[in-house]
Design a protein around this ligand. Structure first.
Ligand SMILES: *Cc1c(COP(=O)(O)O)cnc(C)c1O
Length: 429
């Protein structure tokens, strides 16, 4: 399928609307058709043979040659259109590969590079699913996995320099849920001195693609749960891997064809329609969140507000200013009164929903200790700053004044729990 590549040099918000889709290939339709076929018809037996030689890597495409489509587990038009349109949103990337979930993107990318005996360094806390993938799949396969606490740059440098046979460094920044930031540029620079160089991957789900650009900072690859801000409406699961190195592209694509976890045509079509509004939504969500976070700081029921503009550690402030354009829309509140206060807060929300996940148009609030991070050991939770009184907020696009009123009201209700003397009992466990 031949693609219109848009206007050279266009900015991301223009490129996302003008490349990747040729209306002539969808009978002139202004929006792409959805191609739900599982298989594609060849013009000649020779064309079929050539397509298989190309997809298997036995032959290389000639300059300007567009490989024929074969079978939708390998590739299909809606995946191609989506992949072409998403590239300009991740500055510095040259390829994109779409998956049927964020976990599929992470698993497939790691399995494309790591072999038994190889080493893997990652920051903690990580998304719970990624953490389970490491303990339940990578470690039993004989891959040596080494964790470094998020934000500890010197330790991360040391781990990168001294871990033999290091193949992948996975950084998730900001860390979930307390927003601790890891210096991407510094880790990428340290990795760049190694030969062979490990692949530096960044899970950019929390601030990308609008506010943080890891490829520009030297990362080799960026991974998304597109279920979150890219999808933006809490109505689909998807994942994306983006990068620059052509060999890595081929390896991950080949694994995707093998595992069968390409994103389906309907989901590709929905997601590519969401791309032009990602930065509009994220900017609104970030502005809302900043106003709310900076107001909640003054509430007596709140022990601490975790939000990037409220960092007090000078090194964290430096990292934020050096790698994030805006603070984003995730807030964590540590409430006085432990779990009873946190649960009381959730019970009294009228606008915000009590749900996990993030990045949707609607505001979602959860209690990480009993949900997203319930699989962590007490020690892991302490390292991650996840107390019993912690609640996590994903701010949506509602009017921020209504949200603030909702939070103020729910906090006032927790004050009653705190006053009733339950304070601290569950915190001590
Ligand atoms: C949600 C999430 C994932 C997993 O994505 P799915 O689409 O749910 O598979 C990975 N990393 C981060 C940071 C996430 O928030």
């Amino acid at each position: 399928m031949a693609h219109q590549r848009g206007v050279p040099g266009a900015h991301p918000s223009t490129a996302v609307l003008t490349r990747g889709f040729d209306p002539r290939l969808s009978v002139g339709s202004a929006r792409p058709a959805v191609f739900r076929s599982s298989t594609y018809v060849f013009a000649t037996p020779e064309a079929a043979e050539r397509a298989f030689n190309l997809v298997s890597g036995r032959a290389q495409a000639e300059p300007g040659e567009v490989p024929d489509l074969i079978y939708s587990r390998f590739n299909h038009p809606n995946a191609e259109i989506l992949e072409d349109q998403i590239i300009p949103l991740e500055e510095g990337s040259d390829w994109a590969i779409v998956f049927n979930s964020g976990m599929a993107a992470i698993m497939t990318s790691l399995m494309a590079v790591l072999r038994p005996g190889d080493a893997f360094v990652y920051t903690v806390p990580l998304y719970g699913g990624t953490q389970n993938l490491i303990h339940e799949l990578l470690e039993p396969l004989g891959i040596r996995c080494r964790a470094v606490v998020a934000g500890h740059s010197a330790e991360l440098d040391e781990a990168i320099r001294t871990t033999p046979d290091l193949k992948v460094v996975l950084i998730e920044t900001p860390a979930n849920p307390t927003m601790v930031m890891t210096d991407i540029k510094r880790a990428a620079l340290t990795a760049s001195h190694l030969d062979p160089k490990p692949v530096v991957m960044v899970d950019n789900t929390f601030l990308g693609p609008t506010f943080q650009h890891p490829m520009i900072l030297g990362a080799d690859m960026v991974i998304y749960s597109a279920t979150k801000y890219l999808g933006g409406f809490s109505d689909l699961l998807a994942g994306v891997a983006l990068g620059l190195d052509g060999e890595l592209n081929k390896k991950i694509r080949a694994r995707r064809g093998l595992f069968g976890n390409i994103l389906q045509p309907d989901e590709c079509w929905i997601l590519d329609g969401r791309l032009p509004t990602v930065s509009l939504r994220m900017n609104r969500q970030s502005k809302n969140a900043q106003r709310i976070a900076e107001s909640l700081v003054h509430r007596a029921e709140v022990r601490k507000v975790y939000y990037p503009t409220l960092f007090d550690d000078p090194e964290q402030i430096r990292v934020r200013l050096s790698q994030c354009d805006y603070p984003g829309a995730m807030i964590a509140l540590d409430l006085h009164g432990g779990k009873p206060a946190a649960f009381e807060f959730l019970r009294h929300l009228k606008l915000a929903h009590n749900a996990v996940s993030l990045g949707g148009m609607e505001t979602l609030v959860c209690h990480p200790g009993s949900t997203t991070h319930s699989g962590c050991s007490l020690e892991e939770r302490q390292i991650a700053g996840i107390t019993d009184g912690l609640v996590r907020i994903s701010v949506g696009v509602e009017d921020w004044r209504d949200l603030l009123r909702d939070f103020d009201h729910a906090l006032a209700m927790t004050a009653k729990v705190i006053e009733a003397g339950i304070t601290g009992k569950t915190d001590a466990k």
